[in-house]
Design a binder for this molecule. Structure first.
Ligand SMILES: [Zn+2]
Length: 406
């Protein structure tokens, strides 16, 4: 999150008071440790024939990266462990592509400089080594128009080895959508003969279309036809696609037709949290046997021990994600359980991909079976899952993704 209002001075004032003198702070703390290791102490700009140039004086080589954003056009420059020393950035020169420059603090010790642009352009950033009586300088050149391409060059002192990386596009977050069952495995069957596998595929396709229409997200389907896929095959598809989230879509069934409402499940590491959940897990896991062959769990079990720590984190994220989806679904339909349930679903066992299983309603309940067949309800469920994805990434966006910029 870009925090325009953060004041980088409060912490240094505090430390200065603690240590007796603010000027002593940098002498007492080793660079590249807790405190900002770099200090920007000057900022100038001027208008060249082809571009506007900003020059930031800095007290040493620094790590930075930059990327551009559209709608509105911006150039974002992130400076690692850097502070700005009461520097006023002069207003943009007349005729410049720049309309404003904003500075904020990220993660408490990284600096972000945002150039608001009147139109998209291809900027050039150069870290100049000391010379001509001056220290290190970060130079940002912004052409007046997109037709101008400035030749990139690395003028920095090779000994300082600053990381220079210009990134103009984001990595899409990959959302794996897993319509349950399929092919010879129909899943649960409603009183009117509705097969769970068809409902799951319908909802999955609607979710896929919504995800595809969302900037920053990319859908991957484990199946997009009425075919059988082993449970381990589903997680393998997600892994091969480098999925960031995994969502298995199902509809519930119970021997009592009055059972109703939607549920969200996550993996249970230490056994199912309830007998009902265990029963459910057994039923959904039967798919591998319906297909005629059970997959050996041995290798996965060894791997899961090795990956136990990361799996714990993944499960935390899964529960958080599941909770958000459950909250959204609770706005559109009754919930079977108001808590995210946990059970030993094989399909949720990816150690590194937060995974949930959504039971969209009870197909064994005649009223809910009828509802599951409607496009309106299928869309509402898909929309709820998408809203859950959006709220999840509003707080947990990985670096380098569009959500990290929102
Ligand atoms: Zn199912």
């Amino acid at each position: 999150m870009f925090d325009n209002s953060s004041n980088p001075w409060d912490r240094r004032k505090f430390l200065g008071a603690v240590l007796g003198s603010s000027s002593a702070v940098f002498g007492l703390v080793a660079p590249d440790k807790v405190l900002a290791a770099r200090l920007i102490n000057t900022a100038t700009n001027y208008r060249h024939a082809d571009y506007t140039r900003y020059v930031f004086g800095v007290n040493g080589p620094l790590d930075y990266k930059s990327f551009t954003l559209d709608n509105p056009s911006r150039l974002v420059v992130d400076l690692t462990q850097t502070e700005m020393n009461r520097v006023n950035i002069p207003p943009a020169p007349a005729g410049s592509i720049v309309s404003d420059v904003r500075v904020g603090v990220r993660d408490g010790y990284n600096l972000r400089i945002v150039f608001d642009l009147k139109a998209p352009v291809n900027p050039r950033l150069i870290l100049l080594p000391p010379g001509d009586g001056q220290g290190y300088r970060l130079v940002v050149d912004l052409p007046h128009d997109k037709a101008t391409t400035l030749v990139a060059r690395d003028a920095a002192d090779p000994d300082s080895k600053p990381k220079i990386q210009t990134q103009s596009t984001f990595r899409d977050l990959v959302i794996a959508i897993d319509p349950g069952h399929g092919g010879k495995d129909p899943g649960a069957i409603g009183h009117r003969g509705t097969k769970e596998k068809h409902i799951a595929l319908d909802i999955g396709r609607r979710l896929r279309d919504m995800v595809a229409a969302t900037p920053g997200l990319k859908p991957v389907m484990t199946r997009d036809s009425d075919k059988f896929i082993h449970l381990r095959g589903r997680t393998a598809i997600a892994r091969n696609a480098k999925a960031d989230l995994f969502i298995s879509v199902h509809s519930d069934a119970f021997r009592v037709t009055s059972a109703r409402g939607a549920s969200v499940f996550c993996l249970s590491q230490h056994g199912a949290t309830s007998e009902a959940a265990r029963w459910m897990a057994n039923r959904e896991n039967e798919a591998d046997f319906v297909g005629g062959a059970s997959i050996s769990d041995h290798d996965q079990d060894v791997a899961s021990v090795l990956l136990d720590l990361s799996q714990t984190k993944t499960l935390e994220n899964s529960l958080d994600f599941g909770h958000r989806v459950l909250g959204q679904i609770g706005d559109i339909t009754d919930l079977h359980s108001r808590r995210v349930q946990q059970a030993g679903f094989v399909v949720l066992k990816s150690p590194d991909i937060p995974s949930i299983l959504v039971e969209s309603a009870f197909i064994s309940n005649p009223q809910e079976e009828a509802r599951l067949r409607t496009a309106a309800y299928q869309k509402e469920i898909a929309r709820s899952i998408l809203d859950g994805i959006n709220t999840y990434y509003a707080e947990r966006a990985p670096e380098g993704t569009r959500y990290a910029m929102l």
